[in-house]
Design a protein around this ligand. Sequence first.
Ligand code: F6R
Length: 616
Amino acid sequence: MCGIVGYVGHRDVLPILINGLKRLEYRGYDSAGIATYNESQGINLVKTKGKMANLEVLLESSYYQESFLGIGHTRWATHGIPNDVNSHPHASNSGDLVLVHNGIIENYESIKNLLIKRGYEFKSDTDTEVLVNLIEEVKKKEQVKLGKAVQIALNQVVGAYAIAVFDINKPNEIVAARLGSPLVIGIGAESNEHFIASDIHPFIEYTKSVVYLEEGELAIVKGKKIKIRNIKDDKLKSILITELNVELEEIRKGDYEHFMLKEIHEQPKVILDTYRGRLSENKDMIKMSGLIDNKEILSKIDRIVILGCGSSYIAGLLGEYLLEDFIGIPVEVEYSSEFRYRNPIIRENDLFIAISQSGETADTLAALKLVKSKNAFTFGICNVVGSSIARLTDAGAYTHAGVEIGVASTKALMSQMIMLYMFAIHLAQIRQKLSQDKFNIYRDELLSLPEKIERALALEPAIKKIAYIYSEANNFLYLGRKYNYPMALEGALKLKEISYIHAEGYPAAEMKHGPIALIDNDMPVVVIATENENSEKIISNIQEIKARNGRVIGIIREDSKLKSLFDHAIEIPSTFDQLMPIISLVPLQLLAYHIAVIKGKNVDQPRNLAKSVTVE
Ligand code: F6R
């Protein structure tokens, strides 16, 4: 939630902040703001409710003098409604300090009351304004420099944060710190400039050398040097520079109307990228060092628990079927948020898999910390390299889906499902549950998927026509059995996220236990009916819908005999039942996308959502 950007160096800071915030807008877009500083203009603080476009309009009409120090913010509101006053940056009472913040300060009210008693006044309802004034108070009281004041103040707050703050008395310095929200520092090519941001995108045209700030670290960032300290004990930390492998093109829309559409169409390549380098030289084994290096532990595990949120949770549901099929041990899938608020059973022989595109989802991170505190073995499936979850897990595998900018997850989910398939067959190999012949069959099917996804994508014009017919519906039901059930959930999730149409996903057989009451001519039902086995069961479900005047859109195999049962049939390429969800995902994404576009919704930045949910 919320995007932070900062720069100190020799370039004019305003374009860096504006471009940077545009690239971080996926993290939140309730409001946006910047603060720059130079000696003659002083602090130039411009902020407004709404998207970056609003801020740009405001900036055009406001006076600005070239500056070399600045911070910016794009907000997803937590404390205080999205309005101009609550927008970041926030200045301290003296006007010397300016701060941007991603996260939540849980004890802000008690600190605020204390500060009010000491004469501080507050303009906004935010926890952030409390924090900047707390830093100011510490700085004055303790007579310390900004870095030290931030360190002392952060030791008094409870909650999660990534912050960037500057002091006009030190106009060549930004202090940044993180706990629970990501922050990365870009080291300028000529080493006389530094960038700070919530992720690497704001600065990838300037530098590929980065330092990921670790949990509980504070950085004093100047034009020429950085110092990193531990917030708790103030100890100096060593600086680990990582070289990035991301190109600017990856974060551009190209010829596509939306990032979401681009990302849907990237999926054949994403599958290749996910399995690239993961087959042994003679292609008779999956290579996953995170698994093979921990062979001993993994041969003993007798239960797997998968943790995730949203679409990553849905990937986990498919993983459950695959792992139970291939390995034959119990698998449970849990919403990270639910898991940690129960008294979860965490045993020595359990394997915990955390799935997260961003690798920063607060609920998954917190669940993982709980698991780690009980010494269970953890494996991360993340997309963002160097993310918190990736670094916290004992072992893991990156999905290499590339940068996903559309807020609704598409290609990231695809890559997670591919990864879980490889994980399952690899673990089956390690545990000697899979013959070489069977492995070869599963491998060949994996290799055939990119071409099959291409063919599914070619159905887009037909899917668009269906989208036109149903775009006025107020409700949708999605049904699927067994492997298709997770896709019923995903189809519904995608539709509601981007078109704001109410949609529910159900196991097909559950329909008769309640949702059937909703069925009439106004409730389109999408049935994912790609199974070879037990297809007679899904036929009964379809007939139950038709008998109640329901209109049914079917997602079926190209060779399916079920076509005549549907009002509209989307015929997709065939593969094993277990892999059919990977193909049926494509029409579900396209249907949701086109309905949302027809309805004129902002598919890349749906209301109220943000890409990375770093609050619990
Ligand atoms: C759905 C979506 C969200 C995310 C969820 C988890 O389209 O994007 O439901 O899947 O917030 O995010 P990650 O995978 O980053 O942990």
